[in-house]
Design a binder for this molecule. Structure first.
Ligand SMILES: Cc1cc2nc3c(=O)[nH]c(=O)nc-3n(C[C@H](O)[C@H](O)[C@H](O)COP(=O)(O)O)c2cc1C
Length: 182
């Protein structure tokens, strides 16, 4: 119980990864934690896609960065360049949560399960909403065909890997966001 709370307290968004491969048992444990998530009416409106294909991830990263570099609004491109220039921070693994339409909340809960499971196993991780941009590039349809099952859409992704610095810091909790009544 206390471990769960400590895990929530120490999870942080990791944006720098070593090349160390992730043990297959750890990948399996994270995938299991994902599908153990609760869902409305237990409909489980998701599919979990685990990508460890380095060449594919690098290709998606480069294609998306190229698209962003050519956009009139360069703010996203510049933000990523300021963080090392890689959309996926060289993470060796990406969990995609593909979802049925209108199931954002269920998708969010799965996503947090993945992030917390990875943290619990000593793995760095970051929820990566910007990964949706991959599917808006010239090669978007090709990626979609390869990665997103029929009847599903991209919901969210979580990048996972061993962190270069295990001392990463989560955001400061804002206690003013809490109201107690009674
Ligand atoms: C829905 C969602 C989408 C996010 N997308 C990205 C992203 O694309 N890239 C990124 O570096 N961080 C992303 N994050 C991580 C947030 O920036 C991070 O959770 C927030 O700054 C708080 O920091 P912490 O997670 O270290 O506590 C996302 C987080 C959430 C919940």
């Amino acid at each position: 119980m206390i471990e769960t709370l400590q895990n929530i307290e120490t999870r942080y968004s990791c944006r720098s990864y070593t090349g160390t491969p992730i043990e297959p048992e750890k990948i399996k444990s994270i995938a299991l934690a994902a599908v153990q998530a609760p869902s409305a009416m237990n409909l489980q409106p998701w599919q979990i896609i685990v990508i460890q294909d380095k060449a594919l991830m690098e290709d998606m990263d480069a294609t998306t960065m190229d698209m962003l570099s050519k956009m009139e609004d360069k703010s996203t491109y510049e933000r990523i360049m300021g963080r090392g220039g890689k959309l996926f921070y060289n993470a060796p693994c990406m969990f995609i949560v593909a979802k049925k339409p209108d199931t954002d909340l269920d998708c969010g809960i799965v996503t947090e399960n993945i992030a917390l499971a990875a943290s619990a196993l000593g793995l760095g991780n970051v929820i990566c909403g910007l990964a949706k941009l991959v599917f808006t590039t010239d090669k978007g349809e090709e990626y979609k065909k390869k990665l997103i099952p029929e009847g599903y859409e991209f919901g969210m992704s979580v990048l996972v890997g061993y962190p270069t610095n295990a001392e990463g810091k989560p955001h400061e909790p804002d206690m003013s966001k809490i109201t107690y009544i009674g």
